[in-house]
Structure formats: C-alpha cells, structure tokens
Design a protein around this ligand. Structure first.
Ligand SMILES: [Zn+2]
Length: 317
C-alpha cells in the first residue's frame, strides 16, 4: 500500500466520517497506521474502503491488548508496592534478627527494633547516656505493636535453638544506673529486653566472653569543649572539661569526677596501666570540625593510680 509519493494524512474523527485534505495524494490512517491511500479522483473509493475496514474488527489497540503487551502497568506496580509495605511483622522481625545474628553471633531486642525501623541508634545512644527515661519513649510505634514484635522475636530465637543470656544495661553516666526499657517498668518485660540471644555454634568460652563484654558498663565520656564559654546547668560554674547531661553541660565537680587527673593520649603503656589501677576513669574527647566526629584526647584517672603507673614504668621497661 505504501507508495513513493508524498503522503497526506486524513484523520478519522469518528466512525464513518473523515476530515478531507484536498491535495495530490491522500492516505487514511487510524492511530497513525495508514490503512488506505489514494489519488484525489478516487477519494470516494478510498472512503468506501475505509468504511469497509471500520466494519471489520478494529486494529486500534484496545485497553485489553495494551494490558497484555505492557510488562508492568501501573495497577500491577501499585499492587506489588502495597504488598511490599504489607510484609508481615514476623518476616520483618526474622529478617532483622537473622542479619544481626549472622554478623555478630548474638542478637538483642534493640537490634530487632532498629532493624525493622522503629528505633534509631542515635536515640539508643541518648538513652544510654541517661538522657531519656525509658527506651519505649523513643520507639516509633505503640505498645501493643512493640509487644507483638518482642513475642515474634522470642519465638524466632527459640525456634532456632538460640541461647538466652541476661545482659545488664548500665547508663553511661557517673551514677552507673541500671537503664530502664519499658514505660511500665514490669520486671518480666525488662528481662525480655535485656535478653541477648546467642548462637549455639559459639563455644562456651566465646559465649562467656561475649556476655561479659555486652554487660560491661560503657565508658564515661568527658568533653573538652571547643567553646570555652559554657555554663554548668547545675551550679552555673564552668571549667576545662564538661559532661553532657539531658538539660545541658555539667561541670566535673557537679558530676563527681573533679578529683580525677588528666592523662593525655600518646603513651599507650602508661595509659593502660593507669586505667587498670584506677577504680574510676573517663575518656576525654574533643570534636574535630574537619573530621566531623569526636576524637579521643586522653583519659581521666585517679591521681594515685597515675602516680603508681608512672612509678611502675622503669622496672617494667
Ligand atoms: Zn557544676
């Protein structure tokens, strides 16, 4: 049908009616497909052929033929996306717990809550520093949902033969208080949060070491401020070092660490010895503007421990 002469398109506006283009060669097209072409003299004949063509089953793509040829129409995509959002909680818990277990050989409720996106690690840090009363305050869902996730996590762990290990969670504050998880403070719920589920594939010795490490009280952190003009929220005083508390910075006298001596980093042997001899110690950090993170500057230790460590050195080396 396609001729070498230049084509003019006649657009079919509705059934049986064609808009005419009076010029040398004419063609008739439906949806861009040429179905008839003709000289002006035989245009009437062309229209007749067009009518015949329209009486036959249409060649214009229909909604159903479009659906069949299109790999992922919108409705299908929407369906898949909503299915993804509706992944059962049990699957989300299992996936989060499995990932952490594979990586670390133990998994806790906190890991699962972070893994399913209900808790962020920054909030956990604030809670560890005693800036949040109980962890459930910062979990982004309601209590029944949290309980459901914890129940699913426990069943998942038991089904895999993981071993329950009670872990103590102690605040990163001089008070070293036991951290609270639940709003209710219920002993059974607290115990459930404190349970770490450990891989039975680890040797007993490794499991013990892991439990000891997990229960170890976190280091106290003291900040060497970049801005010297700061005020203690408790006494209104100031100082060279501060400790961050919920309402703001506190001086070392107010937090009960002002009797400690500063040992700058650099001598690792002396640091190790002084730390071992001191019953209390705190890490001193300073914020690096270029690296955008806190960096360790040294250690605060008991002055006697530092003196003893210095004395012990010559005989050791
Ligand atoms: Zn103070």
């Amino acid at each position: 049908m396609a001729g070498s002469a230049p084509r003019r398109i006649v657009i079919v506006l509705e059934y049986g009616h064609a808009a005419n283009c009076a010029n040398s060669t004419k063609s008739v097209a439906i949806a861009g497909q040429i179905i008839a072409e003709s000289k002006p003299a035989s245009f009437a004949k062309c229209v007749t052929r067009l009518r015949d063509r329209l009486r036959r089953p249409p060649t214009i793509p229909t909604t159903s033929s479009l659906k069949a040829s299109c790999p992922a129409p919108d409705s299908e995509l929407d369906h898949r996306m909503s299915r993804k959002n509706r992944v059962p909680l049990a699957d989300r818990v299992a996936k989060a717990a499995g990932t952490v277990l594979a990586d670390r050989h133990f998994v806790s409720t906190i890991d699962v809550l972070i893994g399913i996106g209900w808790l962020d690690s920054g909030a956990v840090e604030s809670w560890r520093r005693g800036q949040i009363d109980c962890l459930e305050e910062v979990v982004r869902t309601n209590l029944p949902r949290i309980s459901e996730a914890m129940r699913l996590f426990r069943s998942w762990a038991v089904a895999r033969g993981l071993l329950a290990s009670q872990t103590s969670y102690v605040g990163r504050t001089p008070r070293r208080q036991t951290l609270r998880f639940s709003r209710s403070g219920n002993a059974a719920i607290e115990a459930s949060y404190r349970t770490h589920w450990v891989s039975p594939e680890l040797s007993e010795k490794k499991r013990e070491r892991l439990a000891e490490k997990a229960s170890h009280a976190p280091e106290l952190v003291v900040v060497l401020p970049l801005n010297a003009e700061w005020t203690c929220h408790r006494c209104g005083g100031t100082g060279d070092l501060l400790m961050m508390e919920t309402p703001g910075p506190a001086c070392l006298r107010c937090v009960g660490l002002d009797d400690l001596a500063y040992l700058p980093a650099g001598d690792s042997l002396l640091t190790r010895r002084a730390k071992a001899k001191s019953t209390r110690h705190a890490i001193v950090v300073r914020f690096s503007r270029t690296r955008r993170r806190y960096e360790r500057q040294g250690l605060l230790v008991e002055p006697q421990a530092l003196a003893d460590a210095r004395l012990a050195r010559p005989s050791a080396s």
